[in-house]
Design a protein around this ligand. Sequence first.
Ligand code: FES
Ligand code: FES
Length: 158
Amino acid sequence: MKVELKINGKTMSVDIEARTTLLDCLRDHLGLTGTHAGCEHGICGACTVLLDGEPVRACLMFAVQADGYAITTIEAAAPAPGELSIVQDAFCETHGLQCGYCTPGMILTAEALLRRIPDPSRADIVNAISANICRCTGYVRYYEAIRTVILADPKLTR
Ligand code: FES
Ligand code: FES
């Protein structure tokens, strides 16, 4: 079936089977491979994308279910080629990544948190990042990265 999806501000048309997950649609049909496939059953958060600004597991929904929503993938995080978003920059500054597998999902989770809660508490941050599994960093760096963004200039992310 033919579906039109609004992804990163552009309308993209794709011909897929009704059973195609949003994750497979993004990666295999649209070449948006920044969304990572991990567990593929809703546990790890590697496939996190934003739907109308809210983090969702792209492996847990069919692409057709995303029709009508604004989908944001990690490819839209940076303001321009060769540049980093404030959150991406903070992750680099605090060494908030190692192998990088969880990183796209973690960054989108952080972006969503900072838009939803202008000055998140420690509990808010821990609650948000605990939705994504990272086997490398121990999570402290993610907490520091998000605090770095807040301290740098709260207005920049919102
Ligand atoms: S790949 Fe979707 S939650 Fe793990
Ligand atoms: S940086 Fe390796 S899984 Fe998170």
